[in-house]
Design a protein around this ligand. Structure first.
Ligand code: AMP
Length: 176
């Protein structure tokens, strides 16, 4: 696998979506076949011997990386979506955002009981959404042996809330 500097492929947008937030935009990875392939191949290499049975991903940017990963690993993809988007019978989980509540759902029939489901999103910030998603999968009877994000913002302390699940990111940024 050709090595690249992933940082070169991540667009940084100050004050988006609101003042004071530095937004790490992964659409510039998608726009580069070299960088996109690097991410998927790297993840496949990391997880090839981990006996992963399925990958679950969070709407919407998480899907973009999880789908080619699932295809390459030959495993099912389990979409986790915002409330009201999935048409079948769902399990749901409410969680706290900074100033509001949010709710995510998964089709209960998609959660494989007793199986190892890797959980992913494009970027891990506070880890709040992934924490709720992990509970959802565990309540459905799955094991969550790992979490991966393309980008990590460890200064937002996601390791604490996601402990003890092992977390892998391909690149970390250390300040806002
Ligand atoms: P979290 O705080 O980990 O629950 O983040 C929730 C979602 O917000 C993640 O899916 C990220 O895609 C997105 N997000 C949060 N902070 C940023 C940021 N600084 N740049 C880009 N995306 C972000």
């Amino acid at each position: 696998m050709a090595s690249i500097n992933l940082d070169d492929y991540i667009r940084k947008v100050p004050d988006f979506p609101k003042k004071g937030i530095l937004f790490y935009d992964i659409t510039s990875i998608l726009a580069s076949p070299v960088a996109f392939k690097y991410c998927i191949d790297k993840l496949a290499e990391i997880y090839k011997n981990e006996n992963i049975d399925a990958v679950a991903a969070i709407e919407a940017r998480g899907f973009l990386f999880a789908a080619p990963f699932a295809y390459k690993m030959d495993i099912p993809l389990i979409p986790i979506r915002k409330k009201g988007k999935l048409p079948g019978v769902t399990l749901s989980k409410k969680y706290e955002l900074e100033y509001a509540q949010a709710e995510i759902e998964v089709h209960s029939a998609d959660v494989p009981k007793g199986k190892r489901v890797l959980l992913t999103d494009d970027l891990i910030a506070t880890g709040g959404t992934l924490n709720a998603a992990r509970s959802l999968l565990q309540e459905g009877g799955a094991e969550v042996p790992g979490i991966f994000g393309i980008v990590g913002l460890p200064f937002l302390n996601y390791k604490k809330i996601l402990d003890p699940t092992p977390i892998i990111t391909l690149i970390d940024y250390h300040s806002e």
